[in-house]
Unconditional design. Structure first.
Length: 314
């Protein structure tokens, strides 16, 4: 079972403040990360370059191959050991899905569902980016999300954070989508009388606020997991005693020269955060290469993944 650490009234109040702040950030002429304001213009340049690149792929015949790669999702299985894991959580299984971009490929919800339907897991975490575009309507993703929804239900809950492609307006559909959104919020997961804490923040890549930092300052828990769209808050989480940090955003590069060598990763924290396991202080982290694609629906040398993580006492 799970329970939010704030009571319903307090959560409602915090949500209203968050929604007001996020709506302003989504509609002003700049974006905001932990270093301050940043321009929106780089994204438009990137989209123009993508069009040229897509044209070159099409005339060279590689586009079809990349499209096939994008639909071929692998299952990554990891076992992570922690000395401070409460014994009741020995063998606890996490399904981590990031960057679904569920509208990027026709029928993608069914492809993902097929991949995960026989995976056993205790809890499911989604670390942001549910639609392809970064603005505009998202109503068209609700139907595919409903298809996926029944396959991501887990005994200890399904929790999601928002990414830089998402809007605060999605929050009103969380229950309908069969999940709980964590926007600078924490839940206690209780198993056999023992508790771990899961904190989810709002996206720090484009919509950073100090509330995301504050939400990572919760004390009094032996084992804490942070869910953030990007790796940008890893140092903060590690300094606040988090043991595990799950993120995505990079798509592992999506298009790599060879595995692990992305053309673009959209992150500036260091190449160890591009994809896979990493450590910051005593905290372990994992950057998913993502389930879906953005920009154009192709992947090269960088498979899409769903990640099944088993926690063990070490
Ligand atoms: Fe993404």
């Amino acid at each position: 079972m799970y329970r939010f650490i704030d009571n319903t009234e307090s959560r409602k109040e915090k949500r209203l403040v968050w929604a007001a702040t996020r709506s302003v950030l989504e509609n002003v002429g700049f974006l905001r990360n932990k270093n301050g304001k940043k321009s929106k213009s780089h994204w438009n340049v990137f989209l123009h370059l993508l069009k040229v690149f897509a044209f070159l792929l099409k005339i060279s015949g590689y586009y079809r191959k990349g499209y096939g790669n994008a639909k071929n999702i692998k299952v990554t299985r990891l076992t992570l050991e922690f000395a401070n894991l409460p014994p009741a959580f020995q063998g606890f299984r996490i399904l981590h899905l990031s960057d679904l971009h569920i509208d990027s490929i026709p029928g993608f919800a069914s492809i993902i569902s097929e991949k995960i339907k026989n995976l056993g897991f205790d809890i499911c975490f989604l670390t942001g980016d549910y639609r392809r575009d970064i603005s505009g309507s998202f109503q068209h993703i609700l139907k595919p999300f409903r298809i996926l929804s029944k396959y991501i239900q887990a005994p200890y809950g399904t929790f999601a954070v928002l990414g830089n492609h998402d809007t605060f307006l999605m929050a009103r559909y969380e229950k309908e989508s069969g999940l709980d959104l964590l926007v600078n919020e924490s839940v206690e997961i209780v198993k056999d009388g023992q508790t771990i804490l899961v904190t989810g923040t709002d996206d720090p890549f484009n919509f950073y606020t100090e509330q995301s930092i504050l939400s990572l300052e919760t004390r009094g828990y032996k084992f804490k997991i942070a869910l953030v769209h990007t790796s940008e808050l890893a140092k903060v989480a590690a300094a606040n005693g988090y043991s595990l940090y799950l993120c995505g955003h990079t798509h592992g590069g999506q298009i790599c020269l060879k595995e692990g060598f992305p053309l673009i990763s959209h992150q500036f924290e260091g190449k160890q955060f591009n994809h896979g396991l990493w450590e910051t202080g005593k905290m372990k982290g994992y950057t998913s290469s993502g389930v879906g694609v953005s920009g154009m629906p192709v992947r090269f040398n960088c498979p899409a993944e769903v990640t099944l993580i088993t926690l063990e006492t070490g």
